[in-house]
Design a protein around this ligand. Structure first.
Ligand SMILES: NC(=O)c1ccc[n+]([C@@H]2O[C@H](COP(=O)([O-])OP(=O)(O)OC[C@H]3O[C@@H](n4cnc5c(N)ncnc54)[C@H](OP(=O)(O)O)[C@@H]3O)[C@@H](O)[C@H]2O)c1
Length: 386
């Protein structure tokens, strides 16, 4: 395989750092041509010095400070708010790993699609809010999307070589989150520290909170529906606390194919970056004899209503996923800032989702307008909740 030239959006985050670890394993096979971060310019500087990319993106307010740190180093420093689309579109780019958080990934995601790049999205927000549009454009521009989110990667892997017409059902697995065994009566008093102790995966703060509420699983349901063009009755969430099975695909003949592996994001990241090849890793294999058994449970929808809400949103479609995503982003940020209690996250999101006037088959402008509307509404509600 010729050297792959890679751009990593969100290189200072959990996904970005893991992507660079994959690059470290194969320095002769990957060349980092672009990196982007937001505020963490100290770590970005270290990455720049180690990987020598030609382009980097940061929060516009940090461009001057980063430039100063880099001295005479020959590199173009771009504004991450406006220029990531330009960076991913460069001729020199083969693979774009989208590890940045939030719906702002939508613009560079779309730009990479329009240039027919191979895209490895870990970011789920863009697919949640505009999955239909992105997939339509990907087909049109022959861009390859190889998901990194571990559940979507598992489904993608299980579907290899399987004609779509034989698919019966996707079993999307969920570890159950940090609150699985905590009684609902204790939710009111949960602090940010209680929530950030995720049992299986080490991730950024926002996705860890979403995992606790199961909203993350709800987003993954919407993401899977869009990526694999499914109907809501073709997907079921299965709580699997060991998180060894990353998801399964059931076929019409009754066979079910599962993808298993240790809980380490380097596995799906590397798979997406080397697809269709499978290169060796130094990571341990699953030890079945240590593990002994795998458990499965139905999700408790009464305790975690976010999941049912996400199914409702998925079914309705239109601009509603954009509203769900934006409302969640603002409500979770308010919780992390200590402005609202944990239980308020859901009640605020539900209120906004139920009061939205859905636009069916929206274009990008309408999706972004719904996002703006929801953020404004949640901001006002969160203020009232303090
Ligand atoms: N972590 C996981 O295991 C995992 C698994 C599956 C899916 N995902 C998805 O992957 C995405 C990233 O998750 P994460 O856990 O890696 O998050 P994270 O650790 O919080 O990292 C987020 C990254 O995005 C950058 N960023 C933040 N705001 C930005 C903005 N406005 N413009 C451009 N870049 C911005 C951050 O830069 P600074 O740090 O420099 O500010 C950082 O590099 C999310 O969509 C998440 O749902 C993550």
């Amino acid at each position: 395989m010729p050297i792959k030239k890679v751009v990593i959006l969100g290189s200072t985050g959990s996904i970005g750092i893991n992507t660079l670890k994959v690059v470290d394993q194969y320095p002769d096979k990957f060349k980092v041509v672009g990196l982007s971060a937001y505020n963490n310019i100290d770590l970005l500087e270290q990455q720049i010095r180690k990987y020598s990319p030609r382009y980097v993106g940061v929060n516009g307010e940090k461009v001057v400070a980063l430039r100063k740190k880099l001295g005479s180093l020959k590199i173009r420093v771009l504004n991450a708010q406006t220029d990531l689309g330009y960076m991913v579109s460069l001729k020199a780019v083969d693979v774009v790993v989208i590890g940045m958080s939030g719906s702002r990934a939508l613009a560079p995601f779309m730009a990479a699609i329009k240039e027919g790049k191979t895209i490895a999205p870990a970011n789920k927000e863009a697919l949640v809010i505009a999955g239909d549009l992105l997939m339509r454009q990907a087909k049109r521009h022959k861009a390859q999307i190889i998901p990194v989110d571990s559940e979507q990667s598992a489904i993608f892997q299980c579907l290899q070589g399987q004609p779509r017409k034989f698919l019966k059902k996707i079993y999307l697995t969920a570890s159950g989150g940090v609150l699985k065994d905590i009684p609902q009566s204790k939710f009111k008093t949960l602090s940010r520290e209680d929530i950030l102790l995720h049992p299986r995966w080490k991730m950024g703060m926002k996705i860890t909170v979403d995992s606790a509420t199961l909203m993350n699983k709800g987003f993954e349901v919407i993401e899977a529906l869009r990526l694999f063009e499914l109907k809501t009755n073709e997907i079921e969430v299965v709580v699997h606390p060991e998180a060894i099975i990353h998801s399964m695909v059931g076929f019409k003949d009754g066979s079910i194919i599962a993808q298993l592996g240790i809980t380490d994001m380097r596995l799906p990241i590397q798979y997406a970056m080397t697809y269709p090849e499978r290169w060796p890793t130094h990571l341990p294999d699953v030890d079945f004899f240590k593990l002994k058994k795998l458990n499965f449970e139905k999700p408790n929808l009464k305790k975690f209503p976010s999941l049912s809400l996400a199914f409702h949103v998925a079914k309705e479609g239109g601009t509603l996923p954009s509203v769900l995503n934006a409302a969640d982003e603002v409500a979770v940020a308010a919780f992390l800032d200590g402005d609202i209690a944990f239980t308020k996250i859901y009640s605020i999101i539900e209120k906004i989702v139920r009061s939205h006037k859905i636009v069916r088959q929206p274009d990008l402008k309408e999706i972004l307008e719904a996002d703006r509307w929801a953020r404004e509404e949640v901001g006002a509600l969160a203020l009232k909740a303090c």
